[in-house]
Design a binder for this molecule. Structure first.
Ligand SMILES: NC(=O)c1ccc[n+]([C@@H]2O[C@H](COP(=O)([O-])OP(=O)(O)OC[C@H]3O[C@@H](n4cnc5c(N)ncnc54)[C@H](O)[C@@H]3O)[C@@H](O)[C@H]2O)c1
Length: 286
């Protein structure tokens, strides 16, 4: 039996942002592995669609309309799941948005939305679920969606990239705190490279409202459509690594290695950030 089926079959998964992209892919894969799946999503139509799809495939689901940017919504989600199923084996804090534009041009609301979803959505997901996961004493898994961007720099994606650095360091320290408890909870940082999703679709972020931001979003969307990994395959490899207790979970390991090597070289150089030719070409292409 594969490790993911062995660890996850029959357990409860909670996945935020389960209505599209990676959250949807992970929800489908968790259901395939025989998990009951709590689907947390802010977009009602998407929530209904994924719920109907998984039920039609024979899965047990619990759709919960949830805006992860609101801490109270994550408390309500945890209460609903525990009331309904009693125990959580796998929590995936996935919901996130990409925000594009020069730092000084992104409106206050855009900054707040980005930080509240991408950082606070993960922090409060952990805060709402972890006490009951620890108290059960059973083996369980918490996985947070960072990105290979957690090790990089990217102009015009500053708001997004900084949140991913934050998620990575949050998840590292969280793993240490869990070690201190001695409880059998595995903590993972999921670092997708480029997976084909709707994250760069128009209107999916909290961008500055100008042509430069819109053009950069289109460039990134086309790049993802061309070079992005297949969602089902990415979801399969992510859950396999999570089940195996990996901390660093990659979709494209060579991309992860390159980003980490670049980060190490940058820090050791003590030089100011340099625009690479590749980054310049991407910005110029817009
Ligand atoms: N796609 C990639 O290549 C990639 C790479 C690195 C990291 N990631 C990370 O993976 C995660 C998912 O990204 P994706 O590419 O699948 O994006 P996506 O836009 O395709 O899907 C995100 C889902 O989250 C939902 N969502 C947005 N705001 C929410 C909120 N406030 N509360 C609840 N749900 C909300 C959206 O409605 C959507 O269904 C993000 O954290 C992203 O940063 C993705």
């Amino acid at each position: 039996m594969s490790i993911d089926r062995e660890k996850f079959e029959g357990g409860v998964a909670v996945i935020t942002g389960a209505g599209a992209g990676i959250g949807l892919g992970l929800a489908r894969r968790a259901a395939e592995l025989g998990m009951k799946v709590a689907l947390a999503e802010v977009n009602e139509q998407r929530l209904d669609a994924v719920d109907r799809e998984l039920r039609a495939a024979g899965a047990e689901t619990l759709p919960v309309l949830t805006d992860v940017s609101r801490p109270a919504a994550l408390d309500a989600l945890a209460d609903t799941v525990y009331d309904h199923w009693g125990e959580v084996r796998l929590l995936i804090n996935n919901a996130g948005i990409e925000t594009i534009g020069y730092t000084w041009e992104i409106p206050t609301e855009g900054w707040e939305r980005t930080l509240n979803i991408n950082i606070h959505g993960i922090v409060h997901g952990v805060r709402a679920f972890m006490p009951r996961m620890l108290a059960s004493g059973k083996e369980a898994w918490v996985a947070n969606l960072a990105s290979i961007g957690a090790f990089g720099q990217m102009p015009l994606q500053t708001a997004y990239i900084m949140t991913k650095h934050a998620v990575q360091s949050f998840t590292e320290c969280l793993a240490l705190e869990v070690s201190l408890t001695g409880k059998p909870i595995h903590v993972a940082s999921i670092l997708p490279g480029m997976v084909r999703t709707s994250i760069f679709e128009a209107g999916a972020g909290a961008d500055s409202q100008n042509d430069a931001a819109a053009a950069h979003r289109r460039t990134m969307r086309d790049y993802m459509a061309h070079d992005g990994m297949d969602l089902a395959e990415a979801s399969r490899v992510m859950l396999e690594q999570v089940a195996a207790g990996e901390f660093f979970v990659s979709t494209q390991p060579e991309m992860t290695d390159d980003m980490i090597a670049g980060r190490i070289a940058f820090l050791q150089s003590r030089r100011a950030p340099q625009l690479s030719e590749q980054t310049r070409a991407l910005i110029d292409a817009a």
